[in-house]
Design a protein around this ligand. Structure first.
Ligand code: PHE
Length: 346
């Protein structure tokens, strides 16, 4: 009996594994009801009485050792499993890209427009969206109570009783930034002013009460209409492509004289005529003109010494032409299916 106990004790002591399956085999082999150790307990009844005390002790020691070995190995194997993840890192595995969203098409196009003007020395200017009457109208040669103010349906912040000159409104165009730049800077002035504008218009596929413009202003000695045309021709070719043609049609704005609207040859049909250009081959993209001397004088710039030109374009309109988008409302709905199409564009 003693020999048997020692033999099994050695087996138990030398046993080692890092597999849970092997450990289970060990448990069944030594400790389960049919295992070797309970079998020895079964043989205990045959031990002669004088040896029983010693054998009983040895047997219990064996059982305890076998059980603590089982517990120890079990602990070791399971903790190793939990912490061994680090060893399995595969450094060659491709990165998983996070879904971080996309740039809005209006932001993409605004950046492209500003970038084109940046290359010819224009800096960016900004002004407030809530504006007073002076900067939005009076400084731009809109006389008080003049019907030209009705060209742009205005959202007023102040009530009807407020005298015209003190009225506060949401700016109807980025031309208000022109007035602010002239008031704070001496010529030469060369700025582009991007921003959001507001007009009290019913929302449809072609009009919205909120939209975006980029304004341009250039004032220096001897600035001529030829400079205006060349600058805008350069812009049109850079933005829409080398083969783009432009044409200027006479127009009216209170703050420019002479004034014009610029069309580009239709990018969709190549000038042959289609639905987008209403079969004319041309689409309008901006308003422009020579800064009216009254505007220069209102802003303390000597109109005998300086001349300048200004232009203003709608970012939505240009984006619609560039990406062939036919409904203005899409820009404001934030439908992921629409926005996702601009993934990767900068
Ligand atoms: N502010 C004009 C508009 O919103 C555009 C414009 C800007 C025209 C500058 C001429 C010069 O329609």
């Amino acid at each position: 009996m003693k020999e048997k106990i020692n033999e099994i004790l050695q087996e138990v002591e030398s046993f080692a594994t890092d597999s849970l399956d092997k450990l289970e085999e060990y448990r069944i082999g030594y400790l389960s009801k049919k295992g070797k150790i309970p079998a020895l307990f079964g043989d205990f009844k045959n031990v002669v009485p004088e040896d029983r005390k010693e054998m009983g002790q040895l047997l219990n020691e064996l059982k305890n050792k076998a059980q603590s070995k089982l517990n120890l190995l079990k602990d070791e194997i399971t903790t190793k499993k939990e912490t061994s993840v680090d060893d399995d890192i595969d450094l060659t595995r491709p990165v998983e890209f996070r879904d971080v969203g996309t740039r809005h098409p209006l932001s993409i196009v605004r950046r492209q427009i500003l970038d084109i003007f940046d290359r010819i020395g224009y800096t960016v200017a900004e002004g407030p969206e809530i504006e007073n009457d002076w900067h939005n109208f009076s400084a731009l040669n809109f006389p008080e109570e003049h019907p030209a103010r009705d060209m742009q349906d205005t959202f007023f912040v102040s009530d009807d009783k407020t005298p015209s000159a003190e009225k506060i409104a949401l700016r109807t165009h980025t031309s208000s930034v022109q007035a602010r730049v002239m008031e704070n800077n001496k010529p030469p002035i060369r700025v582009v002013a991007p921003g959001r504008v507001f007009r009290n218009e019913a929302i449809s596929a072609r009009a919205h009460c909120i939209f975006h413009q980029v304004e341009g202003l250039y004032i220096d000695h001897n600035v001529s209409f030829a400079d205006l045309k060349q600058t805008l021709y350069y812009f049109a070719r850079e933005f829409f492509g080398e083969d783009t043609k432009v044409r200027f049609r006479p127009s009216y704005f209170p703050f420019t004289e002479p004034s014009a609207e610029m069309d580009i040859s239709c990018k969709i049909c190549g000038g042959k005529g289609c639905k987008i250009c209403k079969y004319s081959g041309w689409v309008e993209i901006l308003g422009c003109g020579m800064v009216d001397p009254n505007v220069l004088e209102s802003n303390n710039i000597d109109s005998k010494e300086y001349t300048g030109f200004a232009f203003g374009m709608g970012i939505e309109r240009i984006t619609m032409l560039k990406y062939q988008i036919n409904d203005l409302r899409l820009f404001f709905e934030n439908d992921i299916r629409f926005l996702k199409q601009f993934e990767g564009a900068f």
